[in-house]
Design a protein around this ligand. Structure first.
Ligand code: NAD
Ligand code: ZN
Ligand code: ZN
Length: 340
C-alpha cells in the first residue's frame, strides 16, 4: 500500500510503498477512501507543538474508509462497513475524564496521525471502539472533514453554550471555520465571520454569515462591539493576533474559545478588562465519539454542507503549501482510490 510519510520535521512528505498493516486485538484494518488535510497535520509535519510526534509517521486524522479486516475480539463491526477514524484514536476508558464524558482529555489517549499512523495511506488501522460508523447516505468525502473539522467546531460551540439570541464570532473561515459557522447558525445564533481572504469572506456569506468582517481592513474588536459584542468567539485562525482581536470584541460575560494552535502561540489577555467584563478564556480539543455521532447525524439529515476539493495523495506537499497560502476554498480531501 502507498502512504505519505513524514520522515523529518519540516521536510517534504515522502510517498512510500509499505506492507499492509495487520490489525492487533481490538483493531480493524480499513481500506481508506478519503482523508482530509487538517491544518493540524501541517503542525504535526513541522513539529510545531511542545508534544511532538516521532518520525517516521503517517499523518491524517480525517480518514474514512471501508473495514477490510477484523482483529481479534472485534464483534461490533463487520467487513465492508464505512467508518471514520478521528484524532481520538483511543482513550483508556477508565480514568476520571473518560468516565465523566471527557474522553478527549484522557491522559492515556493515542492520537491518530500523531501517536500512531493515520489516514494519508491506502490502508490504516483503527481501534474498533473509536472508529465511528458513517451513516448511510453520507459519502466518504463529506465524512472526512466532519471527522475533525466538524466534530471540533461542533464541540467548541457546545463548550461556548451558544443560545439563539447570541452573537457568535467565527475567526477564520477555513476547514474548521466553514463548519463552525454552520453549527452556530443551527444553534440559532447571529454569526459574525472573520477572515483575511476575499474567497473565504464570500464563502462565509454563502453559508449564511450575518456579518462579515475583513480583518485586513477592519478593526475586528470594534466591529464586533458595534454589533453589541460577541457572546462567544471561536478562535480558528492560525494567528495569535487574531485571538487577541476577537477577545477584544467580546461583550461582558463573553467567552473566547481557543481552538487553533499556532506554533509557539501565546496571547496577551488584559487582566483589567477580563476582570471587569467577566470574560472567560477556554480551550477546546476535538470532540467525543458521541459528538461525532451527532455531527454525522446532522449531516445525514441534510443540515450541513461540506466544502472540499479532492486531490490525489501524490499532491500532498503542494496541497500543504496551498493550505498555508490559504488558497483553497475550505478543505482538501485526498482521494485514496478505494471508493472507485
Ligand atoms: P485552515 O488553514 O483551513 O483555516 C484557517 C483560516 O484562518 C483560513 O481561512 C485563513 O484565511 C484564516 N485566517 C488567517 N489569518 C487570519 C486572521 N488574522 N484573521 C482571521 N482569519 C484568518 O485551518 P484549519 O484546518 O481550519 O485549522 C485551524 C487551526 O485549528 C489549526 O491551528 C489546527 O491545528 C487547529 N485545530 C485544532 C483542533 C482542536 O481540537 N483544538 C482541531 C483541529 C484543528
Ligand atoms: Zn484536525
Ligand atoms: Zn482515560
Amino acid at each position: 500500500m502507498k502512504a505519505a510519510v513524514v520522515q523529518a520535521f519540516g521536510e517534504p512528505l515522502v510517498i512510500e510503498e509499505r506492507p499492509d498493516p495487520e490489525p492487533g486485538p481490538g483493531q480493524v484494518r480499513i481500506r481508506v477512501e478519503a482523508c482530509g488535510l487538517c491544518h493540524t497535520d501541517i503542525h504535526a509535519a513541522h513539529g510545531d507543538w511542545p508534544v511532538k510526534p516521532n518520525p517516521p509517521f503517517v499523518p491524517g486524522h480525517e480518514g474514512v474508509g471501508l473495514v477490510e479486516k477484523l482483529g481479534e475480539g472485534v464483534t461490533h463491526l463487520t467487513v465492508g462497513q464505512r467508518v471514520a477514524v478521528p484524532w481520538l484514536g483511543k482513550a483508556c476508558g477508565r480514568c476520571e475524564h473518560c468516565l465523566s464524558g471527557w474522553e478527549t482529555l484522557c491522559e492515556q489517549q493515542i492520537n491518530t496521525g500523531y501517536g500512531c499512523d493515520g489516514g494519508y495511506a491506502e490502508k490504516m488501522l483503527a481501534w474498533a471502539d473509536f472508529a465511528q460508523r458513517v451513516p448511510e447516505g453520507v459519502t466518504a468525502f463529506d465524512a472526512a472533514p466532519l471527522t475533525c473539522a466538524g466534530v471540533t467546531t461542533y464541540k467548541a460551540l457546545k463548550v461556548a453554550d451558544v443560545k439563539p439570541t447570541q452573537l457568535v464570532a467565527i475567526s477564520g473561515v477555513g476547514g474548521l471555520g466553514h463548519l463552525a459557522l454552520q453549527y452556530a447558525k443551527i444553534a440559532g445564533a447571529t454569526v459574525a465571520a472573520i477572515d483575511v481572504t476575499d474567497d473565504k469572506l464570500e464563502l462565509a456569506t454563502e453559508l449564511g454569515a450575518d456579518i462579515v468582517i475583513d480583518a485586513r481592513k477592519q478593526d475586528v474588536g470594534a466591529e464586533l462591539k458595534r454589533h453589541g459584542g460577541a457572546h462567544a468567539a471561536i478562535a480558528l485562525a492560525v494567528n495569535p493576533a487574531a485571538f487577541e482581536a476577537v477577545n477584544s470584541g467580546l461583550r461582558r460575560g463573553g467567552k473566547l474559545v481557543m481552538v487553533a494552535m499556532p506554533a509557539h502561540g501565546t496571547i496577551q489577555v488584559p487582566i483589567f478588562d477580563t476582570v471587569l467584563n467577566g470574560t472567560s478564556v477556554i480551550g477546546s480539543i476535538v470532540g467525543t465519539r458521541q459528538d461525532l455521532a451527532e455531527v454525522f447525524q446532522l449531516h445525514a439529515a441534510g443540515r450541513t454542507k461540506v466544502i472540499y476539493e479532492t486531490r490525489p495523495l501524490v499532491s500532498v506537499n503542494d496541497s500543504i503549501d496551498a493550505v498555508l497560502r490559504a488558497e483553497i476554498q475550505a478543505r482538501i480531501v485526498f482521494d485514496l482510490g478505494a471508493g472507485s
